[in-house]
Unconditional design. Sequence first.
Length: 312
Amino acid sequence: MTDGAPKTSDPPAPAARIVFWNLYEAALERRRGDDRRWRAQVAAVRALRPTVLLTTEGWHWREKGGALFEDACADFAMPGSLFPARTDCDMAVFRDPSVELLETRELPFAQALWHGRGETLLGLPGWPGPLRFAVAHLDPFSALHRRIEADHLRDLADPQAPPLVLGIDANTVPPGDPEPDWTRTPPHKRAHQTAPGGTGADREPVARLLGPPEEPLLVDAGAHCGDRSPTYGHLGRDGARRRIDLMLVSPPLLPHLADYRVVRALPQEADAPPASDHHPVALTLVPRPGPPDRRSAPDPDRTTDGKEPQPC
């Protein structure tokens, strides 16, 4: 028997915004007494309101008991997990206070070829199980090192583990992206980015992480959503514009991937330098039981800044 009261369903779980951002030299400038770029970054993070924020180039954040990292947690209003890098280019995973930290894993210095990586297991509100969030930064100088690092990162694609979101500064472009204009890059830097023995972009490290199309290990969220917009090169310091900041996700997360965007419009004070030489990249995950009823056909050249998220 029932009491005749109308049945009510649980409220929908909140969407999760995941942001990956290379913070450039803001921490180094703060050590010199210039916090203008840092203020711009704090304003950007607060405007984006990420559920999970993955960062790299938190230079020397672990020094003095992690003082700069603690400042970042306070300024972002997000608790975080710090992953010291062998190069002092420290990485971190920040989380909304409503997100539960279940576990952290970091790569020991002795196993890192260059910057290294970090991984957290998080419980997001409304999700039926935990998700993994990892941050990595591949060697900017050596194609050989990047391939080895990608081989080591491939272990994160274990299908028996909880689904993964990997934010990575790959320092190279993924398969399918346009060939960068290398004439805009100084000659002594071109071989940093090109394939060994060739003149084209070194795509193999990302290809190793994605796996074969018929049995993907991870999925490039930007390519999946039809947005291959460059994330680096807008300051013109080494010329070639290219998409090197990537969000790679486990295949089971694709039904939940509602939006991907390269964030260009950021809060900016009049006297402040650009917030970073990298654009943030962001994706939205929605905890729904299956694929959306309608999926849009994205424009390959689209930018979505300032628009409501649309299904990928």
